[in-house]
Design a protein around this ligand. Structure first.
Ligand SMILES: [Zn+2]
Length: 396
């Protein structure tokens, strides 16, 4: 709640865009808490922050946890922040209990997860995982022209560390679910197995412009009508793949815009998501097929092409088991769940064993000033995080 006062919007909202003055203030507050907990701070050239707690075997790879402190422009108090603070709470609890782990632990704040001020999102973890090189990173600019590297330097958190300088054993990210599944199921802890994959299909429907008064209904080549039929058909295709499938169209762009013009061309993007690559491919084929069929039915043609494909990311079986065991042993109700949103953990999972822990959030609301997670649920997730990290770090 103290962090939420920085960049506050109203009673419960937050705006702390990456490397803004507000983000810098939040980083400095967090860094102070880390130093109070006896942690040693490092940062890398993406401005990612690593607060390290020494282990009994200091040369072992770190067992890390964290998330992000930046927010959406009209964001809440929990998305990202809860994962960073849960990791800090883990080391504070170990300090209080006088427990030393074998491997060192680290609390991480990844830079620019939200991707609002600088694109792409997940920037810090993308660089860390090698998906973005140094030159590309340094060349990234905000819409107002300021450079990423300049802003990172201005914040005081532009470091020189490289991933190999602080080898990582594993990474755990606690996060609010940002959806309604856990709340509806009445369980406290989500054992996250994967981050679902995503495909974008560009659809261009071509018919013929016409006069609304003179063209008979059966003689039209109405691209907007065909597109409307496509939306219904691809929604049905999604429903037929069960509750984990997502098929959405968020924007329909007709070439003409008049109440008395039959629309001759329409473009839209189909956003398809599923945790299973086979189902994802099947949905892509079904959506493409439905678009062709409906185009033909209404005397139009449709060109469907894939613009973007992000494969599903399966998390590490051992890390998932560590979270599952911790939740079971602590007696928290839990269920397995795939993440609907992308997270820094998806990037880190390409490098080291990784998983996530989900905490329910009220009405599934996120990226919204009304975002809320209860102290009880956050505490449960945090306890699970503690025990999962201990199982990995060892207590000799
Ligand atoms: Zn987040």
């Amino acid at each position: 709640m103290q962090l939420a006062q920085i960049g506050a919007i109203g009673e419960t909202g937050n705006c702390r865009l990456a490397l803004s003055d507000e983000d810098t203030q939040a980083r400095n507050l967090f860094a102070g808490w880390c130093r109070d907990a006896g942690l040693v701070l490092h940062s890398d050239r993406a401005g990612n922050m690593f607060a390290v707690r020494r282990g009994r075997e200091p040369d072992r790879a770190i067992v890390a946890a964290g998330s992000h402190l930046d927010t959406q422009p009209h964001g809440g108090r929990f998305d990202g922040i809860s994962g960073v603070l849960a990791a800090l709470e883990v080391v504070e609890a170990l300090n209080d209990a006088g427990v030393e782990t074998d491997a060192p632990l680290a609390v991480i704040n990844w830079t620019n997860e939200e991707g609002v001020r600088f694109a792409p999102g997940l920037l810090g973890s993308n660089w860390y995982a090698g998906a973005i090189d140094d030159v590309t990173l340094d060349g990234i600019r905000a819409a107002d022209g300021v450079g990423f590297a300049d802003e990172a330097a201005r914040s005081g958190w532009l470091g020189v560390m490289r991933p190999a300088d602080l080898p990582m054993d594993s990474f755990f990210e606690l996060h609010i679910e940002q959806g309604p599944v856990l709340e509806n199921a009445g369980v406290q802890v989500g054992v996250v197995t994967a981050v679902q994959g995503l495909q974008w299909l560009d659809v261009a429907v071509t018919g013929m412009d016409g006069h609304a008064g003179t063209t008979p209904l059966d003689g039209r080549r109405d691209a907007l009508l065909a597109a409307a039929a496509m939306l219904v058909a691809i929604n049905d295709a999604g429903r037929s793949e069960g509750s984990e499938a997502r098929v959405s169209v968020g924007r329909l762009v007709p070439a003409t815009d008049g109440p008395s013009t039959i629309v001759g061309a329409v473009e839209f993007v189909i956003d398809i998501r599923h945790p299973d690559i086979e189902v994802l491919e099947r949905l892509q084929a079904a959506c493409t097929d439905q678009c062709q069929r409906k185009a033909a039915q209404y005397g139009c043609t449709a060109v469907v092409s894939r613009r973007l494909s992000v494969p599903p990311r399966e998390f590490d079986a051992d890390c998932i088991a560590a979270v599952q065991n911790a939740a079971d042993e602590l007696g928290f109700t839990n269920r397995k769940i795939a993440s609907g949103a992308l997270h820094d953990a998806s990037n880190i999972a390409a490098m080291v064993p990784t998983t996530m822990i989900f905490v329910p959030c009220r009405d599934g609301i996120s990226h919204n000033i009304d975002e809320y997670a209860s102290p009880e649920d956050l505490a449960a997730g945090c306890e699970v995080l503690l025990h999962a990290m201990l199982s990995r770090a060892g207590l000799s």
